[in-house]
Design a protein around this ligand. Structure first.
Ligand SMILES: Nc1ncnc2c1ncn2[C@@H]1O[C@H](COP(=O)(O)OP(=O)(O)OP(=O)(O)O)[C@@H](O)[C@H]1O
Ligand SMILES: [Mg+2]
Length: 234
């Protein structure tokens, strides 16, 4: 079953059309990666799926239900689709402790057992329990990205949108975070849509990939093509 189905997606900012006639279907359980030059519209496409970019045309279905342009996500949809951004420092509130950052989404969704859930979320991403008292600047870059991942997973989403989640990190830390993401994906039966500039990351992580150019997905690569390195262009 395709849990993401995009047909002829078009996004424009003023006069400029960034995404035009992009089509893509992602099966449940897949890791699908997007590659393409800077500015080709990868983040914009992810933001449409996350419900952050609400002005678009075309057809988008999530979990077999059509999403309406302009609509804010709420309820199950808001839980089920979560995004992790490139820069964890920018995506975490500098003056909030990790406890506050992680408790907030649980409170918004009126969840129970918030303290235990926050402790479990930290443990799940390999952070010590006493990290809850810390502020983002008291963490390393890798630890900050672990917090961002913990926050994204709190509501047990079905899809994780990963926008260059490791490109701000050192190589060794990058590998740790990618392995963590793979472990969590298997544990929680998630589907990933990953953006990365790194051909090795794409080959390591993906079941399939798409090359984005001229506003659309111009070329698809299956696992065999990725193993042969066909995505290592130019
Ligand atoms: N909110 C916005 N308003 C105006 N232009 C925007 C907006 N968001 C993105 N753009 C423009 O749309 C184009 C695509 O941006 P996008 O961030 O999707 O590219 P990208 O493929 O993610 O690039 P990168 O690899 O550098 O992250 C860029 O030219 C960008 O400047
Ligand atoms: Mg981007």
């Amino acid at each position: 079953m395709a849990i993401v189905d995009i047909r002829d997606l078009r996004v424009s900012f003023g006069e400029k059309t960034v995404v035009s006639d992009a089509s893509l279907a992602i099966e449940s359980g897949e890791t699908f990666s997007l590659i393409g030059a800077s500015g080709c519209g990868k983040s914009t496409l992810l933001r449409v799926l996350a419900g952050l970019q609400r002005e678009w045309r075309g057809e988008v279905s999530l979990f077999d239900s059509p999403v309406k342009a302009g609509a804010r996500y709420h309820g199950q949809l808001r839980r089920n689709v979560q995004m992790v951004f490139q820069d964890p420092y920018a995506s975490l509130h500098p003056n909030h402790t990790l406890y506050r950052t992680l408790a907030e989404p649980l409170k918004i969704h009126r969840e129970q057992d918030i303290e235990q859930r926050v402790a479990a979320a930290l443990q799940e991403v390999g952070l010590p329990a006493d990290a809850a008292k810390r502020f983002p600047h008291q963490l390393s870059g890798g630890q900050r990205q672990r917090v961002a991942i913990a926050r994204a997973l709190l509501l047990r989403p079905k899809i994780l949108l990963l926008d260059e989640p490791t490109s701000a990190l050192d190589m060794s830390v990058q590998a740790e975070i990618l392995n963590l993401l793979n472990r969590l994906k298997a544990q929680h039966s998630m589907t990933y849509l990953l953006v990365s500039h790194d051909a090795d990351v794409i080959a390591h992580m993906s079941d399939r990939a798409g090359f984005m150019a001229n506003g659309r997905i111009e070329r698809f690569f299956d696992r065999e093509a990725l193993m042969r390195g066909e995505h290592r262009m130019g």
